[in-house]
Design a protein around this ligand. Structure first.
Ligand code: ZN
Length: 208
């Protein structure tokens, strides 16, 4: 039986803009425009939203863009979405370092785990400060750190038998790399699209 759809919600312009800029960086303007036209979002072709906190774009539109990128690129779709996630974090660092509370922070002196928690908490804070509807947090259980979002927009009202929030994996990967200088294995262990209560991204071992 299909699940009840989640009530419609909005993502702030700044986040949608960030997604479009990052997607254009990875897929090129033509690639992005083709995808936007294919998924009914042609109104954003050459017409990005302003960089503000207004709630204009529906979360379902953001989820549809994610689905369309994955569909358009076949088996390379996941990798492209992860790259978009990485580019999104880079953009956020450039534009929103103050919002994340990380501007000028001397984290080099901290142990690696503390650094990871620091940047993931920074992400949580930025998301919450810019949108009061966001419910995300950082968990540490038995020494394992995870980033959890109960309001993940990537899979909003999508259904899947496997985790699909590839953009988030990319962003968390890039955040951890920013904080430690290393690539870590990031795994999505829970996904709302699978019927779970939230999307959960676990920080695994350092990649050699
Ligand atoms: Zn999700």
């Amino acid at each position: 039986m299909p699940r009840q759809p989640r009530p419609d919600s909005y993502i702030i312009n700044a986040i949608f803009l960030q997604a479009l800029v990052a997607s254009e960086e990875v897929m090129g303007a033509e690639g992005l425009n083709a995808v936007l036209r294919n998924c009914g979002l042609e109104r954003f072709v050459g017409n990005y939203p302003p960089n503000d906190l207004a709630h204009v774009v529906k979360t379902t539109d953001y989820a549809r863009l994610n689905a369309a990128i994955e569909d358009s690129y076949g088996h390379t779709g996941r990798g492209i979405l992860r790259r978009i996630g990485r580019a999104s974090f880079q953009y956020a660092i450039r534009e929103q370092a103050a919002l994340m509370g990380i501007a000028g922070a001397a984290i080099k002196l901290l142990p690696e785990k503390q650094r990871i928690k620091f940047i993931l908490n920074g992400l949580v804070n930025a998301l919450k400060k810019s949108n009061a509807d966001v419910n995300a947090w950082v968990e540490e259980k038995d020494g394992v750190i995870a980033f959890i979002d109960q309001t993940c927009g990537i899979c909003w009202n999508r259904e899947s038998t496997h985790p699909i929030c590839h953009v988030y994996i990319g962003s968390v990967s890039e955040a951890v790399k920013w904080a430690t200088g290393f690539d870590y294995e990031i795994t999505e262990t829970h996904c709302s699209a699978m019927g779970h209560e939230y999307c959960r991204f676990e920080v695994g071992t350092q990649k050699k």
